[in-house]
Ligand binder design. Structure first.
Ligand SMILES: [Zn+2]
Length: 216
């Protein structure tokens, strides 16, 4: 492998700045994290989107959240087929090995993945429909929910509603994992669905009884 390059200078500078300040001021804490191992209370599944910053929203430090990020914060259905399943592997480890108490799915406004799925469902994204499109095949997970928002005429409102449906789809698919459903049933694990409005800094939580998102 001879294609990897040295780290860009701006990142080298930022790293040394962090080491000299944040790290050196909290060295005892970092060393404790290293020797005692991680015991996060919650797992978070959020989008890869660079604007989504779950540790900022909750003021969380290292060691608090076990975080998995993928396009559109989706959980695929349980499929023990011997294939490569990064999201499912992260969920399995968090629930069975780390025994997290909370599993949070965090959706967000202006999600490009969700918009891509809308475009695909409207027949406006042939590139995503190609078999070779990893994003397109990943977003297939959300397609069955499209009928719930297909009548919404305003495009922005449709996208905001579909982003929330992505969270609901993930919560439903989580329960298809036997180790998740048994932990939920014995009360050791609780699932939570959140959606954050990037521009407004808003946060909404899914209420399964009312079947809607309510402001936190
Ligand atoms: Zn997104």
């Amino acid at each position: 492998m001879d294609h990897a390059k040295p780290l860009p200078n701006y990142l080298v500078k930022r790293y040394h700045g962090w080491k000299a300040t944040t790290y050196s001021e909290n060295q005892v804490w970092y060393r404790r994290l290293a020797t005692e191992g991680q015991r996060p209370r919650a797992m978070v599944i959020s989008c890869c989107d660079s604007r989504v910053h779950v540790t900022s929203i909750f003021g969380a430090d290292q060691g608090e959240f076990f975080i998995h990020r993928n396009i559109a914060n989706l959980v695929p259905p349980y499929a023990p087929d011997g294939d490569h399943h990064g999201t499912s592997a992260a969920i399995e480890y968090a629930v069975t090995a780390l025994k997290v108490a909370h599993l949070i799915v965090l959706g967000h406004s202006q999600c490009g993945g969700v918009q891509g799925c809308i475009d695909m469902c409207k027949g406006q994204a042939p590139q995503l429909e190609a078999k070779e499109s990893f994003v397109g095949r990943w977003m297939d997970i959300l397609k069955p929910k499209y009928e719930l928002v297909s009548d919404v005429e305003d495009g922005a409102e449709q996208a905001r509603q579909f982003e929330r449906q992505a969270v609901v789809a993930s919560l439903e698919n989580l329960m298809t994992f036997p180790f998740v459903s048994s932990a939920v049933q014995d009360g050791s694990l609780s699932l939570h669905g959140l959606w954050t409005d990037i521009g407004e800094g808003g946060l909404q939580c899914y209420d399964p009884q009312a079947k809607k998102f309510v402001v936190v």
